[in-house]
Design a protein around this ligand. Structure first.
Ligand code: SDX
Length: 436
């Protein structure tokens, strides 16, 4: 970042001395007012719950222009990456800042493939869960447990440890997600097959059984790979910020990523794809497209607490570019599977059309986000609703670890420790219980 030819002056109506603060600018996007000395100079904090106007860090990984609906990974538009690259190239880009050439891609892919197995002890963690445990409960536990097997590489301040942990986490997430699924259906775990692609291997571990040969459907393989690319990173979203804050204490990468998994689970965040599919199924049960108007009235009634899941975004005040690509992927997969008339897809398209013409949504700049169509395509592939957010976590792991490594690699980083505006009781003395 560089100093802008601009300064911010904070003045107070009560005559307190005004304070000057430097303004910094990045390569693109909003400038920032550097308030780091504000408390020392004024004895005051800024107040920004939800971080609507707060840049918590500087980063060179992902840039979002919410007004334009633009998403860049290391400067490359998501539309170009989703159509010209695959997830392994995208992982290399996010981690190291550049797209690999053919040799670099082959080397990186081989490194990842060589770490796809998990320690045999990991399977015993699953036995502690009920078979109907939510996959995100299982994933939160399994990812945190990984740290117990790599004592040789959990020093987050060691660049080599950070790199091998990144490879291990990217490589093992599909194995763990597939194990969570197999455990839920009472089928044996399938070991990874390293000759398959990243997405193909995930499909094999999910849908193959020891009883028959499993053939990867290339259309589904490509669709899954694109879903991974679209979910790989997204600037300082809630789960990435969680990973950064957790990692800032110096804890090991597996623990920090486990914190990201836990945060992503929420329906306002990564859990929205599951919530959106359930919402579509509920409307379908109510009567489908004929009941959309009634449902929309509920959504617009503040007291109902009903939201149009998969719509709206803190940053995008235009169409989420990932939603457009996800819709295209949806159409491709449904056509490949002969499901062009999938009622939920038709319902989603009808909901989107109505919402984009409704003043409530238009005035609030609410558009479909990445979660609106992702559930429909995952369901068509055969992934159960409860596993959607675990698939999101699988894909987002590379973004989380890239952001964590960027933070730790920044000489300026400190442990994150926000302050507060205290509104509770001022000092008072404890009375003996007889006098309370
Ligand atoms: C992800 O941050 C990221 O980058 C996240 C993510 C990523 O890749 O990491 O993009 C992934 O989490 C996508 C978002 C998935 N969540 C959902 O689809 C859940 C439904 N969406 C909402 O919960 C909401 O839109 C949020 C949480 C996504 C954003 O919330 P904000 O930015 O805090 O906005 P807000 O709640 O203040 O909403 C502004 C207004 C409010 O109405 P008013 O008080 O102004 O009258 O819009 C309304 C909200 O009630 N609103 C909605 C709505 N989303 C916002 N009303 C109905 N349905 C919705 N979905």
């Amino acid at each position: 970042m560089k100093l802008a030819d601009n300064k911010a002056t904070l003045s107070f109506s009560n005559g307190s001395p005004s304070v000057e603060m430097p303004v910094y600018q990045g390569s693109v996007g909003p400038d920032v007012v550097d308030i780091r000395k504000l408390y020392a100079q004024t004895g005051m904090f800024t107040y920004d719950p939800g971080f609507l106007s707060t840049a918590a860090c500087q980063s060179a990984i992902t840039y979002i222009d919410g007004d334009k609906g633009e998403l860049l990974y290391r400067g490359y538009p998501i539309e170009q990456l989703a159509t010209n690259c695959d997830f392994m190239e995208t992982c290399h880009l996010l981690l190291y800042g550049n797209l690999p050439n053919a040799a670099g891609k082959a080397e990186f892919t081989k490194r990842v493939s060589n770490h796809t197995m998990v320690n045999e002890q990991m399977q015993f963690f699953l036995r502690g869960f009920r078979r109907d445990a939510h996959p995100m409960a299982i994933m939160t536990g399994l990812v945190g447990a990984l740290s117990a097997f790599y004592h040789d590489s959990t020093d987050i301040n060691n660049p080599e440890h950070r790199d091998i942990s990144a490879i291990r986490l990217i490589a093992k997430m599909p194995t763990l997600v597939a194990m969570a699924y197999k455990y839920s259906v009472g089928q044996p775990f399938m070991y990874p097959k390293n000759h398959l692609s990243y997405a193909g291997n995930f499909m094999h571990m999910m849908f193959a059984t020891p009883c028959a040969e499993y053939v990867v459907n290339p259309v589904i393989e490509r669709a899954l790979d694109r879903i991974f690319v679209l979910h790989a990173d997204h600037e300082q979203n809630a789960s990435t910020s969680t990973v950064r804050l957790c990692g800032s204490s110096g804890t090991n990468p597996f623990a920090a990523i486990a914190a990201g998994v836990a945060c992503l689970w929420g329906p306002a965040h990564g859990g929205a794809n599951e919530a959106c599919l359930n919402m579509l199924e509920d409307i379908q049960k109510m009567g489908g497209i004929s009941k959309v108007g009634q449902f929309m009235e509920q959504v617009k009634d503040k007291n109902s607490g009903v939201k149009l899941m998969g719509f709206g975004h803190r940053v995008y005040k235009n169409y989420d570019p990932r939603a457009k690509l996800m819709q295209e992927t949806c159409k491709e997969v449904l056509a490949a599977l002969g499901l062009e008339n999938d009622p939920l897809f038709k319902l989603a398209m009808a909901l989107e059309k109505i919402a984009l013409e409704d003043e409530y949504f238009v005035s609030r700049k609410l558009y479909p986000n990445v979660d609106f169509y992702s559930g429909i395509v995952q369901r068509a592939i055969g992934i159960p609703v409860g596993l959607f957010t675990a698939v999101f976590a699988l894909a987002r792991t590379v973004g989380w670890i890239a952001q964590l490594n960027e933070m730790i690699g920044d000489p300026e980083y400190k442990i994150g420790r926000p302050r507060q505006l205290f509104t509770g009781s001022v000092r008072r003395d404890v009375l003996p219980i007889a006098k309370r």
